[in-house]
Write a protein that binds this ligand. Structure first.
Ligand SMILES: C[S@@+](CC[C@H](N)C(=O)[O-])C[C@H]1O[C@@H](n2cnc3c(N)ncnc32)[C@H](O)[C@@H]1O
Length: 463
């Protein structure tokens, strides 16, 4: 190979080169980047944001800027301030995670439940900007998981619809959205009397009849509904045990229940602390998080977007043709995470039928790994077909997907070099449904190296 055809710029003095600031070449002088921006894809997203948004829009909804002129941006205000208080016994790893991710994930109500495989909300914010989504538009996440897209859209004044097969994810998303606005006085009272609140929920977890509260409502697109209103009505809640005044309100009750499920899940994973010991610390942290974001939202007088999380199946979206302005989702990391197994305690608590649910969970269908892989591809084809149907022409569908070619090569019995990554498969499937690739970025995965190797941001446009 010859490189002589590439013309080089004339050699310059080292001091001359060092004097030219690369950031000044990329961004206008009135924009200041957020701290902790340390990956190439982040710089790329910041660059696109600065090109597609006005100064006013960066101030209101930009993800990667701390200042526009002398004004601190809303993103900076949401993320700064007192950091989340962690319980005394938290590991130094956890502490450092919260510190280094303050602007990426550690803000608003995103951190309320440790859900594996969720998006970095800051990245989602930037993607929505780059996709041209504006306040009043509607974005869809057909596999909403813990609701990152919906929460972020809500904060930006963008309306959102989320679809999710797991009733627990639906419950969690709704609770995290409600936490942006719910009344906090009953939560403070619940924290003061936390032992009886804990007993209230623990009493429920052993009760089979809890499953009676679930509803099978296919007509409305909901396979289950997490909690029936009468279950959380004041009278019922008080009868079961000593909840303070105001805790019968559905939003408040669900918030407390999410904290309970978080503590119960934690003690299942770790033998160091019982859920009883965990509950108080977790509820205290939840209250702190809700107080902080509500204070910021009141201060900036934010107009929140409307969010509609639904239970349903991404392969059969309950939406009209050409009805959404953008789609963002992350398919299940097919062979890496068994979402049902992970959430089995919480799903059972909510009365879900796990066997029935498994039949609709993409990535979990099939018996042998090869069968699972074939079904995964067929299911993703159906999802992309639906995405193409409901997206408006000219708009963007962004998929964030992790892939591990070594793992796939073992499953398929071919060498890793010959494996077609899930990213490539999705691009091909998209193209067969008129969703054409406009940009693909990659980002490094940290913390899941044994299951995931690379994560791709794939942007497809409906032709
Ligand atoms: C990678 S997770 C999404 C995480 C999400 N982006 C977040 O930030 O929390 C994929 C989700 O797809 C859901 N899922 C699996 N099969 C589905 C189906 N048929 N319809 C809708 N959601 C499904 C899983 O329950 C899981 O929550």
């Amino acid at each position: 190979m010859t490189v002589t055809k590439y013309k080089l710029a004339p050699l310059r003095d080292t001091a001359d080169i060092l004097a030219s600031n690369v950031y000044q070449k990329l961004f206008p002088p009135h924009l200041e980047l957020v701290p902790q921006l340390n990956e190439v894809y982040e710089l790329e997203l910041a660059f696109y944001e600065s090109n597609v948004l006005s100064g006013e829009e960066i101030f209101r909804n930009g993800a990667y800027f701390a200042r526009v002129g002398d004004m601190l941006t809303r993103h900076f205000l949401m993320c700064s301030g007192e950091p989340v208080r962690l319980p005394q016994h938290s590991s130094s790893r956890l502490r450092s995670f919260f510190q280094t991710n303050q602007f990426k994930t550690g803000y608003a109500t995103h951190g309320l439940f440790p859900y594996r495989g969720k998006f970095h909300p800051q990245m989602i914010k930037a993607l929505m900007n780059i996709m041209g989504l504006k306040p009043g538009d509607t974005v869809l996440d057909p596999m909403m998981g813990s609701g990152t897209v919906l929460i972020e859209a809500c904060l930006m004044g963008i309306n959102s619809i989320g679809i999710e097969a797991s009733p627990f994810c639906h419950f969690m998303t709704q609770a995290k959205l409600d936490a942006l606005t719910l009344p906090l006085r009953p939560i403070r009272a619940a924290l003061d009397t936390w032992p009886s609140v804990f007993e209230h929920f623990r009493g429920l977890s052993g009760q089979e009849k809890h499953s009676h509260q679930m509803r099978d409502d296919r007509e409305s697109g909901n396979l289950f509904s997490a909690i029936k209103p009468e279950f959380v009505s004041g009278s019922m809640a008080h009868k079961k045990g000593k909840l303070p005044e105001g805790c019968g309100l559905k939003e408040v009750y669900n918030f407390l229940q999410l904290a309970y499920l978080d503590s119960a899940g934690y003690s299942e994973r770790s033998s160091r602390k019982s859920s009883h010991e965990q509950f108080r610390a977790i509820l205290e942290r939840y209250l702190f998080v809700a107080e902080k974001i509500q204070r910021v939202l009141a201060g900036i007088e934010a107009e929140l977007g409307k969010a509609k999380p639904l239970e349903g199946d991404a392969r059969r979206l309950p939406l009209e043709d050409s009805s959404v302005d953008g789609i963002i989702f992350s398919p299940p990391y097919s062979f890496a995470i068994d979402y049902l197994e992970n959430d089995s305690f919480h799903l059972r608590f909510l009365g879900a039928d796990l066997d029935r649910l498994r039949e609709s969970m993409i990535g979990l269908r099939g018996i042998t790994p090869q069968q699972r892989f074939e079904m995964y591809k067929a299911d993703m084809d159906a999802v992309l077909c639906e995405c193409a149907r409901v997206l408006r022409a000219g708009r963007t569908c962004t998929i964030i997907v992790g892939t591990n070619n070594n793992q796939l090569s073992r499953i398929l019995g071919v060498s890793p070099e010959k494996v077609k990554g899930i990213d490539e498969i999705l691009v091909e499937l998209g193209s067969s449904h008129r969703l054409e690739l406009v940009r693909k970025m990659s980002r490094q995965i940290t913390g899941m190296a044994n299951t995931m190797r690379n994560e791709f941001i794939i942007m497809l446009q409906k032709g």
